[in-house]
Design a protein around this ligand. Sequence first.
Ligand SMILES: *Cc1c(COP(=O)(O)O)cnc(C)c1O
Length: 392
Amino acid sequence: MAKPNVNYGNLKQSYLFRDIATKVAAYKKAHPDRKVISLGIGDVTLPLAKKVVEALKAASEEMGKAETFRGYAPDQGYDFLREKISEHYKKRNVNVDISEIFVSDGAKSDLGNITEIFSRDNIVMIPDPVYPVYMDTNVMDGRKIIFADANKENHFLAMPDKRHADMIYLCSPNNPCGSVYSKAQLEKWVEYALKHNSVILFDAAYEAFITDDKLPRSIFEIEGAEKCAIEFCSFSKLAGFTGTRCAYTVIKKELILEGFSLRDMWVRRQSTKLNGVSYIIQRGAEAVFTEEGMKQCKDNIRYYLDNAKLISALLTEKGIYHTGGNNSPYIWMSCPNNLKSWEFFDLLLNETCVVGTPGSGFGHNGEGYFRLTSFGSRENTIEAVERLSKVL
Ligand SMILES: *Cc1c(COP(=O)(O)O)cnc(C)c1O
C-alpha cells in the first residue's frame, strides 16, 4: 500500500492572502465608488529593463536559426552568466568561483530543494516573523523547528542565543520586516555557526536594495562564512524577473560536513533533477550586468526605495515605531493604539481604503505589527500616504 508523506498533515494552512482578498472584495462591493489603494503588493510592478528585453529578443532569434540553435543548457548555468555573477561578487571583494555558482529558475525553488542535501535529524532555526517558505519546506520533511525571536528589542533582527541549531535561515534585507543585518551582527551568526557546526541558509533576494555601503550584501563578506553558509540570490527583485524566472545559489568549496562537500552534493542533486534554465532567460539575466542594464535596474529599485521613503517619513513624523523603509522595499510598522494586526487592517480599509498586510500572518511575533510595501506606483503611494496621515 502506498503511503503518503504524512508530514503534509502538519502544514498549517495559510489563509493570510486569501482572507485579505475576501475582505477587500467585500469592501469594494459595498463601496463601488471608492478607490482602494494597495500597499500590500509583494511583487514588482515596473517592466523589465530595455537592455534585458533586447537580449531576450536576440536570444529568441538565435534559437530560431540552425547555426545558433541550442538544446539543453548546462546543469549549473551557462559560463557567460556565471562569469558575470562572479564579477558582481568581486565588486564587493568576495571571491566566488564559477564552479560555486548554480543558476536556477528561482530562489524559492532552491530554498525549497536545498533541504534534500541535509539530514532530517537536523534542528532548524527560523526567525519569527518569517517568509513562510523556510518553515513549510522543513515541515514537509518532518524536521524539528525552533524559532529565533525577532522583536522590537532587537529591531526585528533575530540574534543567536544559547540554544543549538544545525540549520539556520536568515533573510537580509528581511521580508517581511525590512530590517538589514550589520556586518557585526552577521559576524555573530557566523561565529555561532562555526562553533555549532551548523549551516546558515542566507536569503539575499533583496541585496540590490541596499544603498548603504557599510551594510553587507552577501554573507560571504563575513570571514569564515565560506565554511558555514549557503547564499540564495535572485533576479526577481533585482531586475523584475518574478515572472521571467532566474536566480542563483552559491555554495563554496570550503563547506564540508562530515567529509561531504555540500557543493558536490548540490552538483549531483541539480544534475539529477534539473535540466538547466532556458538559454533565452540566461541571456536576459546576463544583460542585467551590462552597464546600461544595471543602471536601468537600479533606476527601478530607486523608484521603489523613494516610495518606501515617503511611507517611512510619514511614520517617523507621527512617531510610529517601524523598521525598514531604507535599503528595503518593506516597511514594518507597529499598529497604533495597541491595535491587533487585523483590527488595524479593518480600520485602514474602512477609514482610508488603503490595504496592507497584517503582521500576525508572518508569525507569532508579528501580532500588533503591519507590513506596507513600496511596489505600487508613485501616484498611489503619495495618495495612500496622504490618506494615512489623517488617521495615524
Ligand atoms: C521574492 C523573494 C525571493 C525570490 O524568489 P524567486 O523564486 O527567485 O522569485 C526569495 N526570498 C524572499 C524572502 C523573497 O521575498
